[in-house]
Design a protein around this ligand. Sequence first.
Ligand SMILES: CC(=O)SCCNC(=O)CCNC(=O)[C@H](O)C(C)(C)COP(=O)(O)OP(=O)(O)OC[C@H]1O[C@@H](n2cnc3c(N)ncnc32)[C@H](O)[C@@H]1OP(=O)(O)O
Length: 212
Amino acid sequence: MSGLLILGAGGLGKVIAEIAVLMGKWERIAFLDDRVELKEVMGFPVIGKLTDLDSYIKDYNNAFVAIGHNHTRLMWLQLIGISGFIIPALIHPLSIVSKFSSIGEGTAVMAGAVINTDATIGRGCIINTCASIDHDCTLEDGIHVSPGARVSGTVNIGRCSWVCVGSTIANDIRIGSHVIVAAGAVVVRNVPDNVMVAGVPAMLKKVIAVRN
Ligand SMILES: CC(=O)SCCNC(=O)CCNC(=O)[C@H](O)C(C)(C)COP(=O)(O)OP(=O)(O)OC[C@H]1O[C@@H](n2cnc3c(N)ncnc32)[C@H](O)[C@@H]1OP(=O)(O)O
């Protein structure tokens, strides 16, 4: 048994802490958060700011980044790796994850999510509550698939894209990097990098300026 440090004590951090408790792998769980007034969340201590990371590696050898912004999450994921933390995947016991799929380090799979056969999920992704990722999909790093979104078979999604709540992606589609698929959209054609699409069928709404 060992310790788990969760970076970010907001809504996502709380869900991650609950999954960690259910997984039963860590004897100590604590948060780091930049809100210095925050001392405790869900009975777990908030022991410092994100930049304090390195001082805690002896007591908490595992770390997980619970930051919603995709690009920022990947940046911190890289930093915890450099600091030498073990980076687990956090998988809710009431999700369904095919044993023929692969889940990258630092990725969270929430309650009710389904990841089907031969899907490949990158590092630092969030597969949120009741989202489904079907067979043969490839999701690159830093992707967030929000609650109830449906990703059909053989879909490829590029780095740091956000598939918003309740959207649907038809099979054999390629979604670019840094894309936002708006809530409720139905994507039936390939989507290029750096755009937001919305509606049924999903149409281009705007170009996104990417911060790298
Ligand atoms: C556990 C959790 O809570 S996880 C978090 C879950 N949350 C989500 O999934 C977020 C859902 N939010 C959305 O879908 C939002 O609409 C966002 C994030 C896509 C909006 O992004 P923004 O960059 O703020 O878009 P913006 O407001 O500039 O809208 C641009 C255009 O798209 C339209 N638009 C925005 N969202 C949608 C939508 N879901 N469907 C149709 N059109 C939309 C706007 O009306 C606007 O149209 P216009 O140019 O004709 O006026």
